[in-house]
Design a protein. Structure first.
Length: 139
């Protein structure tokens, strides 16, 4: 069995954003040479997420609106976590809802997606460098 590992780095200039990283993961798969196996993609920061969904602008807007209703950023004093001097408690909660990682089957050297599926990096406390791990195993 082969194993491949790569870190993708992001520096999102806004507090919240969704970045389609499907092409970067496909490039990793090509570099790995793996034809059959599994690809794990996970955010390596506790205020960011990786998830699979449709690449549709309206849906992304709906996510931002929904997440802000679930865990509003303001007022920052509403969260005990922010008593430590942080202002990102909402980002931790948003990450919990959106998830840490995805696993995608690799079949015949391709990511085995359903219709419209794409991989996204979700940023909830941006403005600094963060990384995503791509780990691919198989033959």
């Amino acid at each position: 069995m082969k194993s491949y590992r790569k870190e993708l780095w992001f520096d999102v200039p806004s507090r919240c954003a969704f970045v389609n990283i499907t092409s970067q993961v496909r490039k990793c798969l090509l570099e790995s040479g793996i034809k059959e196996g599994l690809a794990l993609v996970n955010a390596m920061h506790i205020t960011a997420s990786v998830f699979i969904n449709d690449d549709e602008r309206g849906l992304h807007h709906d996510y931002e609106t929904w997440l802000e209703e679930l865990a509003p950023h303001e007022p920052v004093g509403q969260y005990r976590h922010n008593d430590t001097g942080e202002d990102n408690a909402d980002a931790h909660l948003k990450r919990q809802v959106m998830g840490r990682d995805v696993v995608v089957a690799v079949t015949e050297g391709k990511l085995d997606f359903g219709p419209w599926e794409q991989i996204f990096y979700g940023e909830f406390d941006g403005r600094r460098k963060k990384r995503v791990l791509v780990k691919i195993i198989g033959e």
